[in-house]
Design a protein around this ligand. Structure first.
Ligand code: NAD
Ligand code: ZN
Length: 234
């Protein structure tokens, strides 16, 4: 095991899954899989057109079956196994590629495609393959009451207390594959730095917050992340 244990907090975004074939949030056209973000990822969109939103997430969920973790997910899973210090991987991603790669110390701050919750009783549960046809809640039996367990714009991200506690104790904060445009995640670098952490960005191109990092390396996550993990584990 490692002889210089430290406290590492890692934040990942859609960019870490790009090389697996999962589209990022704002592609070159400014759209997410052909949709404006505000048409599929807000409570207002769901109230206005639930079938459009359910169909959108049903498709994203179905697409998970055709993708695999890439070298970046696998390297972070290796780091999780071999790092003897504290480590927390916070992902904004709603895909399941980190857990399929083997990461265990993992929080999904924006929810998960494979989970749903009941609008009638609030109970979280594994999602059926599709929600558009009105799935039945496993807890209360309500029909047509399940929505994707996804944190939409305007909703409160999950696990914020645990994340802020980890950030305040971090020696190293690393941000991977995220544009730095979505708050509160985009502010984590400043929280960690304010508590004395060293900060590192690994992203395809400079993020909106790149100047807040002590160091930034730009390139594909599938190359940069394994390099970084190798150098850390020696
Ligand atoms: P984003 O799309 O805003 O930014 C992605 C960033 O990754 C960009 O800066 C881009 O330059 C970079 N990038 C692209 N390809 C890369 C590669 N191969 N290697 C390294 N970096 C690469 O994504 P975000 O910042 O995560 O936005 C957050 C929102 O997107 C979240 O709410 C999240 O739930 C949602 N989202 C998740 C997924 C997913 O689960 N895979 C996919 C799309 C959107
Ligand atoms: Zn219910």
């Amino acid at each position: 095991m490692h002889d210089k244990p430290g406290n590492i907090v890692i934040l990942t975004g859609a960019g870490i899954s790009a090389e697996s074939g999962v589209a990022t949030f704002r592609g070159p056209d400014g759209l997410w899989e052909g949709h404006r973000v505000e048409d599929v990822a807000t409570p207002e969109a769901f109230a206005r057109d639930p079938r459009l939103v359910q169909n959108f997430y049903d498709q994203r969920r179905a697409a998970l079956a055709g993708v695999e973790p890439n070298a970046a997910h696998l390297a972070l899973a290796r780091l999780d196994r071999e790092w003897s210090g504290d480590l927390l991987l916070v992902t904004q991603n709603v895909d399941d590629l980190h857990e399929r790669a083997g990461s265990r110390r993992l929080l999904h701050m924006h929810g998960e495609l494979r989970r749903a919750f009941c609008l009638s009783c609030d109970e979280r549960q594994d999602s059926p393959a599709t929600l558009i046809e009105g799935a039945t809640c496993a807890a209360c039996g309500a029909s047509e009451a399940l929505r994707p367990d996804i944190v939409w714009f305007g909703e409160m991200p999950y696990h914020m207390e645990r994340i802020e506690e980890a950030l305040s104790g971090a020696d190293l904060f690393v941000s991977i594959g995220t544009s730095g445009a979505v708050y509160p995640a985009a502010g984590f670098v400043r929280v960690a730095a304010a508590h004395g952490a060293r900060t590192l960005e690994l992203n395809l191109d400079p993020s909106e917050g790149t100047s807040f990092f002590d160091e930034a390396r730009h390139g594909p996550a599938g190359t940069l992340v394994p390099q970084w993990v190798d150098s850390l584990l020696g």
